[in-house]
Design a protein around this ligand. Structure first.
Ligand code: ARG
Length: 593
């Protein structure tokens, strides 16, 4: 086990001092929050005195002065002054900043503590559908889910991944029937090809088969009847039918894996538990709901009603758990999955990274599960709902012919554009190196663009902007990281070394204070399910590094050795923080760009 020693952030230590002083000044006022914020005028500003003064009917400026004198002697605060109606402006000592950063640098986890009460989160993400193309919506779920899973795991949460793929439904009747009548359709023509070509080959035969069977289904009444019988056979668990169904699933998985691989994302086979995985539970789930009165019969279907869910006509829209024809749908599957995840996987949190257009479904499913007692105070369910990916024109992303755009085509284009940027930048690279870095930059760009907007918002898929070296892009962050690595290479004998006795330049202070916030940000990201806050943090760190790079030379003869060592130390900690942060977002940080 690597050594880990968590480090209190400067802000939290300061917060504690102020809270103690508030209590000392007003012992009867109860616990008061000093409301500490980063500030432009000093390092921090505390705004909490105003509210407290109001509450205790005292003069805010007097109270602020009182609090100031109640702060015990400490090494942290250099200067504290009362300003405005009763704010406190606080400046920290350079020594405290450097020493805290030195403690972070000495730790493998950069001093980030593990969460105090970790639980088990089952995260449902990256859930494409069998025999169908993956589109940009599947990209969002995969990218956001992968980042959230990594971040929560880093924070010490037990994370169980579930890829709830769409592998069940009546459409398989038509597909399977067609395959029995055209048995060589899924045989590979180029089985020896490289892995990614294999994925493409798999998808193209699935596509062909889908189109052909659909056409037959729509035009040939007899085939339609045979397809319907197939559905019945599939649901009854007929072994021959199931074996054919399995072929579709396997074939699709070849394709999914090729895409996930391109996305530089690890997906483990046992974590793929699709809709079919809950078949055995469906009947019992419905039985429990009916017996407990949570679900009622309505026009032959088994339904759950909600006071606040009504259709445009004003009539209630129920959640249908069992259809009139006895079939189970999406809802019954999700309810069964909840039972499995809570009862067998012992989840304390269920997190669903799913398109916002399914929000009503999840609202109803969660409420049903609460009524049934599967969800309670100990187990919560959250949908991390994401918005739509738009084209450059601001309309939902489609080809000119109005078809959904294939995810792989987008990824290939991103890699191509990024490779061009890499080729432009570094003239001394081999073709293989350009491809490798182009892939890391291109895939990183796509992921970052997705992660840097708050998930619930729509965003425009604009490749030119995504691979730009300036602005809020992964390329910019990767570039600043690579710059820091290059400083280290050029530093020769000089080694990164903190010197707490040195005064810090403004650019060093600003970067140092930001570096110290890494753990706080991760904490926010994992409790709010807001990965964009990590992207914003890393972008800001990169910008602060750019200023530092301009203003604080390291390897220049006129820079004294201790100053150079301290700068190298700051630069190095920045590189490590950028790299750790990007890794958690699923993005590579090559040492050279
Ligand atoms: N396969 C679905 C789709 O492509 C997403 C599944 C979401 N997860 C769930 N448990 N329902 O839209």
């Amino acid at each position: 086990m690597p050594e880990t020693a968590s480090v209190h952030s400067l802000a939290s230590t300061l917060q504690q001092h102020l809270a103690d002083a508030l209590t000392a000044a007003l012992p009867d006022a109860g616990v008061a929050d000093p409301l500490l914020r980063r500030s432009d005028r000093a390092d921090f500003q505390a705004n909490g005195i105003l509210a407290l003064a109001k509450k205790t009917k005292s003069n805010p400026r007097d109270l602020a002065a009182q609090v100031t004198s109640a702060i015990p002697a400490n090494e942290l605060i250099k200067d504290i002054e009362v300003s405005g109606p009763g704010f406190l402006n606080i400046t920290l000592t350079d020594r405290a900043i450097t020493e805290t950063l030195a403690a972070r640098a000495a730790d493998d986890r950069l001093g980030v503590p593990y969460a105090e009460n970790p639980g088990t989160t089952v995260i449902d993400y990256a859930q494409p559908n069998v025999a169908k193309e993956m589109h940009v919506g599947h990209l969002r779920s995969a990218v956001i889910g992968d980042a959230m899973a990594k971040i929560m795991e880093f924070e010490g949460e037990k994370v169980v991944r579930r890829h709830h793929i769409g592998d069940w439904g009546t459409q398989f009747g038509m597909l399977i029937q067609y395959l029995t009548e055209h048995p060589t359709e899924l045989d590979h023509k180029n089985a020896d090809d490289a892995a990614d070509v294999d994925g493409e080959a798999a998808m193209s035969s699935l596509n062909r088969l889908y189109k052909a069977s659909r056409a037959l289904f729509d035009s040939d009444e007899e085939f339609k009847a045979r397809a319907r019988d197939r559905v019945v056979a599939l649901q009854a668990g007929d072994p021959e039918t199931l074996a054919l169904w399995q072929r579709f699933v396997d074939e699709s998985k070849i394709y999914f894996y090729s895409v996930f691989n391109k996305l530089d994302m690890e997906i483990d086979d046992p974590d793929i538990v699709g809709e079919s995985g809950y078949n055995a539970m469906l009947e019992e789930t419905c039985q429990i709901l009916e017996d407990s009165g949570v679900a009622v019969r309505s026009e032959g279907a088994l339904c759950v009603f909600f006071d606040d869910v009504k259709g445009p006509d004003g009539n209630p829209t129920p959640l249908i758990v069992k259809k009139t024809n006895g079939g189970y749908g999406y809802a019954a599957t999700d309810l069964s999955a909840i039972r499995d995840r809570v009862q067998n996987l012992k989840a304390t949190t269920l997190l669903y990274v799913v398109d916002a257009r399914q929000s009503l479904h999840f609202k109803m499913v969660f409420e049903t599960a609460r009524r049934a007692g599967w969800l309670n105070e100990d187990t919560k369910a959250v949908q991390l709902a994401f918005g739509t990916v738009l084209g450059k024109d601001g309309k939902p992303f489609k080809t000119r012919e109005g078809e959904t755009i294939r995810l792989v085509d987008l990824l290939d284009e991103a890699i191509e554009r990024a490779s061009a940027v890499v080729r432009e930048k570094a003239k001394d690279l081999t073709e293989a190196e350009i491809t490798e870095r182009g892939t890391q930059v291109g895939i990183g760009a796509v992921k970052y663009a997705d992660l840097s907007t708050s998930a619930n918002r729509d965003y425009k898929f604009d490749l030119d902007q995504m691979v730009s070296l300036t602005g809020d892009t992964s390329v910019y962050v990767q570039y600043m990281h690579a710059r820091s690595c290059s400083i280290k290479r050029k530093a020769g004998d000089l080694s990164p070394q903190p010197h707490p006795e040195l005064e810090l330049a403004p650019a060093e202070r600003a970067m140092g204070l930001h570096l110290d916030q890494f753990g706080t940000v991760l904490d926010e990201v994992s409790t709010e399910y807001a990965p964009h806050k990590l992207a914003a943090y890393l972008f800001q760190l990169s910008s602060l590094f750019a200023t530092f790079y301009d203003q604080c030379p390291v390897v220049k003869p006129e820079v004294p050795k201790d100053v150079a060592e301290n700068r190298l130390f700051l630069s190095d900690l920045t590189a490590r923080t950028l790299s750790q942060g990007m890794t958690l977002l699923g993005i590579r940080t090559p040492e050279r760009l």
